[in-house]
Design a protein around this ligand. Structure first.
Ligand code: UDP
Length: 241
């Protein structure tokens, strides 16, 4: 096991869009193999990795929040959870193609295609060196997979929530719109709330704050960024107490 490892067990939150090609829809083999390659590197350095995957490249329940919608919003959230199952299966094959052992564990039982999430079994998989891919969020509607990432990080006692984004970390404003936006190295949970910074959804931040679980927001598009993040090198924005 590597001496330089800062975080021995991590929850890696990947948005659905991170698996998508340009336009943010669907699933791209190229994007998936790049991410899988980084996960393989991180795993090789001795880190236990639980991945929580979103479904926004396919569907988000909140899109159906209009009162006139034919599909009820609660229904749509379950559809969103199924979208994360689709992404998880794709990611499983992409990671296994690199020779790693993986398990998909779903919060909504889909027993023909994945195990059901059971906390103690999840921890056992990690201890045996398997990468676990946590699908269907927490299995309840009206929350997102950000909340699931925080919740699972607490449950499996991960050292950190790694939130992968396509910008370098948390900025004072949207860096893709405002060229003067400033990148923060470190923030407290309070600052995130007070400045209303868009990091993860409010429930996720609240859970992490209440249990002092650090969050590291970093740019997964940069080669080697996941390994840098777990080794504690200065990368992205660190959020803690
Ligand atoms: N979702 C849910 N409960 C959960 C996790 C996800 O209802 O515990 C639904 C919710 O509608 C969400 C969708 O699944 O919008 C897809 O997940 P998310 O929006 O977090 O995906 P991302 O933005 O990370 O791609």
């Amino acid at each position: 096991e590597s001496q330089s490892l800062q975080y021995k067990r991590v929850v890696l939150k990947l948005s659905g869009e991170s698996l998508a090609g340009s336009g943010g829809r669907g699933i791209s083999g190229k994007e998936m193999s790049e991410i899988a390659g980084q996960i393989e590197q991180a795993h090789r350095s001795g880190c236990q990795i639980a991945i929580v995957i979103g479904g926004g490249n396919i569907l988000r329940g909140a899109q159906f929040s209009g009162t006139n919608a034919l599909v009820q919003e609660a229904t749509a959230h379950y559809m969103g959870m199924l979208a994360t199952v689709i992404n998880s299966l794709a990611m499983q094959d992409a990671i296994e193609a690199l020779g790693l052992d993986t398990r998909v564990m779903s919060a909504v039982p889909v027993d023909k295609i994945a195990e059901t999430f059971i906390r103690r079994r999840a921890i056992r998989h990690l201890e045996k060196g398997r990468v676990i891919i946590l699908a269907a969020g927490i299995g309840n509607p009206f929350v997102t997979t950000d909340t699931a990432a925080a919740q699972r990080a607490l449950e499996i006692d991960a050292d950190v929530v790694l939130k992968a984004t396509r910008v370098d970390g948390v900025y004072s404003d949207d860096p893709e719109k405002n060229p003067h936006a400033v990148l923060y190295d470190r923030l407290t949970y309070r600052e995130v709330n007070e400045k209303q910074l868009k990091v993860m959804d409010a429930t996720a931040i609240a859970l992490c704050q209440e249990h002092s679980k650090p969050i590291l927001v970093f740019n997964f598009k940069k080669a080697g960024s996941i390994v840098q993040a777990i080794s504690g090198k200065t990368v992205g924005t660190w959020i803690g107490a």
